[in-house]
Write a new protein. Structure first.
Length: 157
């Protein structure tokens, strides 16, 4: 498998062009590595009536961090796939009172290898990822999500 360099600006441009809410939320890609992706979002574009981050915004940034990591890894392999979230859960630890980040990383290389090999064999695979949201270097929320990749030429009933 390829370990091509991932361009954060390319990922950000893709998100803003194809997932318009990412632009409206002010999401930026601040770090992109083969096994780690970090997004940042400002409080002012995601604020609620209590002057903290709206829970839906926090969830969206978490979902996008994991989605972007898998998407960028598939792009590095020159694989065109439909990538969707199948299910997720969020655990909010405390109010998010400022700009925040979502960091998703694949710690287990075997997890990615299994996903990749199943995808190559069947044209479809599932992977579970975790992301952590942080504000001022403190973890404020945890996210778990299952993502499904389907080869673009494959039809799903």
């Amino acid at each position: 498998m390829s370990e091509n360099k991932i361009d954060p600006q390319l990922i950000q441009n893709y998100l803003h062009a194809h997932i318009p809410i990412s632009r409206a939320m002010g999401i930026s890609v601040v770090e992109a590595k083969p096994h780690l992706l970090k997004l940042k979002a400002p409080l002012d574009a995601n604020i609620n009536h209590r002057d903290s981050v709206f829970g839906g915004s926090a969830a969206a940034v978490a979902i996008l961090s994991a989605w972007s990591l898998v998407h960028s890894k598939l792009m590095a392999e020159q694989i065109e796939a439909r990538l969707v979230i199948q299910k997720n859960s969020m655990r909010y630890l405390k109010p998010i009172m400022g700009d925040f980040t979502a960091i998703c990383k694949i710690d287990d290389e075997q997890q990615w290898n299994r996903f990749f090999h199943v995808f190559q064999r069947k044209g479809m695979a599932r992977i579970r990822l975790t992301a952590h949201l942080a504000c001022e270097d403190e973890i404020v929320a945890d996210f778990d999500g299952d993502y499904v990749a389907v080869l673009r030429s494959k039809t799903v009933a």
